[in-house]
Structures are given as C-alpha cells and as structure tokens.
Write a protein that binds this ligand. Structure first.
Ligand code: DAH
Length: 339
C-alpha cells in the first residue's frame, strides 16, 4: 500500500509538472482526486488493510492527498500568473487611437413642446396624469355627453376595436376617469396619443397627441378659465401674446369656446403665417357640462369646473414654424436636430 501511494504521488506530481494549461491541470485533478480517481480507489482498498495498520496507512493517504492538492494549487497560481503576464505583454492598447464618439440622440419637437406645456401647468399646481389609449366607448363618448346617436360622434372618425372599445379619439376621456375617482378638487393635465381614421396630409395624421386640462373646485368660473389660458398663451408664445375666445360647441362643455392667440410672427398685423388674419387658433375649452359632472359622480350644485384640449403637434408646428406635420413623424435626424 505504501509503495502504491508513493507511486501515485510521484505520477501525480510529474503530470502536474507537465501540465501547461489550466484544463490539463483539471484533468490531473480528476484522474487522481476525482470520484473515480486513483485516491478513491485506494480508499476503497482500506478494508483489506489489517486493522492495526489502518491509522498509519490512513495518515499516508491523507498526506498523499494533501501533497497532490498543494501541488495542483501552486501550479494553478503560477500558471495564472504566467498567463496574465503574457497577456499584459502581448495586448498593447494604443491610447493614441481616436475614440469613437457616442452618437447622442435628440429630443423630438413634440417632446420639447410637451415638456414646455407641462412646465407651465405644473408651475400653476397642476398634476400630470395619463389614461389608456385603448378606451371604452363609455369614457370616450358616453360620459362626455356624446350618446350613441349624437352627431358629434361622426365628427371624430373612430377606430373601433369592437362595439364598446375604441382607440381614443381624444384625451377628454381622462377627464371622466379622474372625476370618477372622486378626489376633489381636481387640477390636472393629461397628455397622450389619440387616434382618428384620418388620411395623412400636411395637417392630419391618424395618430397624433393632445393635452387635456381639467380643473374642478368650488366657485370655478369662466373668468378662471380665461385667466388660466391667457397665462398659458403668454408663457408659451411670449408676453405680448393676446388671446381671443370665440363661442363654439363641444358636447361636454357649456359654454364652450375656441381660443385664438395673436400671431407671434407678425404680432397680429396679419402675415402669411396667420393667413392674413393676425390670429391663430390653438385650442378648445369650456365650462364642464353639469350633466358630465353628474355622470361622473360630482354634484354640479356644489362644484364647477373648466376643461380644455390642446393639440400637441399644433403647438410644436406653431412654436417651431414647421409647415408640414408629416415632418414630425419621419424622424429624420437632420430635421430633428434643428430644435
Ligand atoms: N376633445 C376635443 C377635441 O378633440 C378638444 C376639447 C375641446 C377638449 C374642449 C376639451 C374642451 O377639454 O373643453 O376636439
């Protein structure tokens, strides 16, 4: 047994010496120390050793095992050191090579315009909320005072998913969703994507963006609406900007209005940009219809409020004097970089 162990040790050490790569060292480990290795075989043979000799032989077995393990470990360390040094010597990094510049993206004009609008309203204490793009007919129309056969439904060429579900044609359904939650007062804007079955041209797209606004509290009047939108227009288009409220009709507001701002290009004198009128239309608004308040669980005797809806692309086109909406969707980096 003693000779056998010495033989094993000598073989193992010789093979460890001969190994030049880590995988070969591992082969040696398996061959001698593995489950089916030589040392395991020796251990199995212990039962044939006379009981009085066992302690001595046992110690020898342990010594042999430790010797092999230590040799393996040492060899591994020197091998790794050698490989690392070799690598340092051969892999030279040329620090004088010109670096590859990271290509920086650019914010889209829509995003810039949205952040500007958000900044203005957040500054007035509004919360920014979101609603789903795939919406129930109930919220997109019904709760906004547009019942099944109302002609206003025809104005918005709707993509229907089924009889009850649509791609929202406006961000106004977020009004109903927020009111329904029952937390009052409300002061929110809701930006988001809307969809209409429209042909693409310079001013239309089947998918565009709106920003909805809603304020509900006690004693909110049309004066609050006017004051708020005046501040908004001045912040967005400059302090000289004047606003004009023209009567209009929206089913979910009463009274309703469309808002024009003085042309920021000519200051109101009339130019090519405002088609000679001096005014540019920017949004729809009004006092929230009492029936809408009721349908959304708010007592119109106690609370009143106003709402407005702005087209985001319209703001971006006006602010950056872009004359074709399609440019906003092509995402040509040469175009986007200009803003
Ligand atoms: N939702 C309307 C549209 O898409 C815009 C609008 C008008 C929103 C008046 C409002 C509002 O909140 O009060 O044409």
């Amino acid at each position: 047994m003693k000779e056998r162990l010495e033989q094993i040790k000598a073989d193992a050490l010789a093979q460890i010496q001969a190994a030049d790569i880590p995988s070969k060292l591992n082969d040696v480990r398996i061959k001698f120390l593995g489950k089916k290795g030589e040392m395991t075989a020796v251990l199995k043979g212990m039962k044939d050793v006379a009981p009085e000799d066992r302690p001595v032989v046992g110690q020898l077995v342990n010594e042999t095992r430790t010797a092999i393990e230590t040799a393996l470990e040492e060899s591994k360390t020197t091998m790794e050191k050698r490989i690392r040094e070799e690598k340092l010597r051969t892999e030279v990094i040329d620090v004088t090579l010109p670096s590859k510049k990271a290509v920086l993206g650019h914010r889209h004009p829509n995003t810039i315009a949205l952040e500007e609008v958000e900044r203005i309203f957040v500054g007035m204490g509004y919360e920014v909320v979101e609603g789903p793009e795939v919406e129930y007919d109930l919220y997109n129309f019904e709760k906004l005072n547009i019942p099944a056969d109302h002609p206003a439904k025809d104005e918005q060429d709707t993509f229907y998913i089924n009889k009850n579900i649509v791609l929202r044609t406006q961000t106004s359904p977020v009004q109903a969703r927020v009111m329904e939650q029952g937390k009052l007062p409300i002061r929110m804007i809701a930006p988001g994507r809307v969809f209409r079955s429209d042909e693409v041209d310079a001013t239309h797209s089947p998918s565009f963006h709106q920003i909805e606004g809603l304020v509900i509290d006690k004693n909110i009047s049309f004066a609050d609406l006017k004051g708020t939108l005046e501040v908004f227009a001045k912040e967005l288009f400059g302090p000289e900007t004047k606003t004009k409220f023209r009567p209009h009709h929206f089913p979910f507001t009463e009274p309703s209005a469309e808002v024009d701002v003085t042309c920021f290009k000519c200051g109101g004198k009339g130019c090519r940009f405002c088609k000679g009128s001096g005014w540019i239309e920017i949004l729809g608004c009004g006092m929230v219809h009492p029936h809408v308040l009721e349908m959304c669980g708010i007592d119109p005797q106690e609370y009143t409020g106003f709402a407005f809806g702005v087209g985001l692309e319209r703001i971006a086109l006006l602010k950056y004097e872009i004359d074709d909406m399609r440019l906003l969707y092509e995402n040509d980096i040469r175009f986007l970089k200009q803003f």
